[in-house]
Design a protein. Structure first.
Lengths: 73, 340
């Protein structure tokens, strides 16, 4: 996915001005990658944060049993 | 607060001359020093280099907000918190009631809604993780981590399934000997910083600035807090400047008096510069053995009260009422909280 992004940007830059094109493409590259990373982080946090908390909690001392997780008592 | 080198390192005590033995008449007459000691107690000396650490900037008004902004709700609320461990807990929460939908006209539009919320808490002295997820997909996550003795990192995220509605905020807190500073980074290019300093054993002053990139808004605020055992006075002044609209400002003042161990009274005054709106609120907070009752009355004609009664070990009954005489909006709620 990263290579696709860089090819697209370089294509755009060639069509543009000469000396400025390299700077612009690095800037846009960084922006694209940051946005992509933020989107992935958002999805991972959305689905993974609560399982992470439960995992950390079940491994803390004294270790609770698995049935305590589901039973209402 | 011990790791930093104390500025108040005392100079070596001067060598005192050996006390002279009283001779002659001095043996008979009473010593002057004794007389002074029996009189009124000397006033406490203030050590200006050893002031207490102030309250964090966002908690400046915490006593006032506890009395004047109780969590009033409408409908049925049931909370169950199950401790699996000293540090790990799961929480289940059911809510059935009406949510207010903001509308342009003066009518109040309520939409019945209900949700179930599942949550997991992990509380450690150094690390705190709180996660909550609702049935409609919204997720609320809070992380608080003590990186060192003085530096703490807080992350707060509210994520939804709809695009562009999620929010996240990073906060770095640094606690010094008698000051606290905080730096915030949020989404929508939000940057903020605040700083609060103890100026005397009872008085602390602080300020904050923030900048929102996407809306081209920036703001400056100043706040002060005077705190004794019996009362707290806080004041704040905020100015927000936007690119298109003229700048707005809010001035506020609050006063809380602890009348006794069980009762405290609070009052709050707020002036909004843009809408030329003045609001004043008066409230009380009764903390009794079996219950806690908080109530408030407003100059907008809003009267509200919240009762939390401990029925039994671990079972708490909640009753909430809010009457808005101006908009003719009545909200009554009841609930039960099981678990700590």
């Amino acid at each position: 996915m990263a290579s696709k992004v860089s090819l697209k940007v370089k294509g755009k830059a060639k069509a543009g001005k000469g000396p400025k094109s390299k700077e612009q493409s690095t800037c846009e590259l960084v922006k694209e990658w940051t946005t992509w990373a933020m989107k992935k982080t958002k999805v991972i946090t959305h689905y993974g944060f609560i399982p992470l908390v439960i995992l950390i909690g079940m491994n803390s001392e004294p270790k609770p049993h698995l049935y305590q997780l589901l039973s209402p008592v | 607060m011990g790791s930093s080198v104390s500025l108040a390192a005392a100079p070596p005590p001067p060598v005192a001359p050996p006390p002279a033995l009283p001779v002659g008449l001095a043996q008979v007459l009473p010593q002057k020093a004794e007389e002074k000691g029996d009189g009124k107690a000397a006033p406490e000396k203030v050590d200006w280099l050893d002031l207490p650490c102030p309250v964090p900037y966002e908690e400046l008004q915490r006593e006032a907000l506890m009395s004047l902004k109780p969590e009033l709700f409408e409908g049925l609320r049931f909370d169950f918190m199950k401790m699996l461990n000293q540090r790990f807990a799961l929480s289940h929460s059911v809510y059935m009631g009406s949510m207010e939908v903001p509308s342009q006209s003066s009518d109040v539009i309520k939409v019945p809604s209900s949700h179930y919320e599942f949550g997991a808490n992990f509380l450690d002295p150094k690390l705190m993780l709180i996660g909550r997820v609702l049935t409609d997909g919204r997720m609320n996550a809070r992380v608080k981590c003590d990186l060192t003795d003085n530096l703490a990192l807080k992350i707060h995220a509210q994520l939804t399934n709809e695009p562009h509605f999620s929010q996240g905020m990073f906060q770095f807190d640094y606690k010094g000997k008698d000051y606290r500073s905080q730096f915030q980074i949020g989404n929508n290019a939000f940057y903020g910083a605040n700083y609060i300093q103890s100026v005397s054993p009872h008085l602390s002053l602080g300020g904050e600035i923030f900048w929102i990139g996407h809306q081209r808004k920036s703001g400056v605020g100043f706040a002060g807090r005077y705190n004794t055992d019996k009362m707290t006075v806080t004041g704040y002044f905020d100015q927000v400047a936007t690119a298109q609209v003229a700048s707005t400002g809010i001035v506020g003042l609050s006063y809380v008096q602890k009348v006794s161990e069980k009762v405290s009274l609070a009052s709050d005054f707020m002036y909004n510069q843009m809408s030329r709106d003045v609001t004043s609120t008066f409230g009380y907070d009764y903390i009794l053995r079996q219950c806690r009752l908080r109530g408030k009355i407003d100059t907008n004609g809003v009267v509200g009260a919240l009762l939390e009664e401990r029925l039994n070990m671990g079972v708490t009954l909640l009753l909430s009422a809010e009457i808005d005489h101006g908009k003719k909006d009545y909200k009554f709620g009841f609930g039960l909280t099981v678990g700590e």
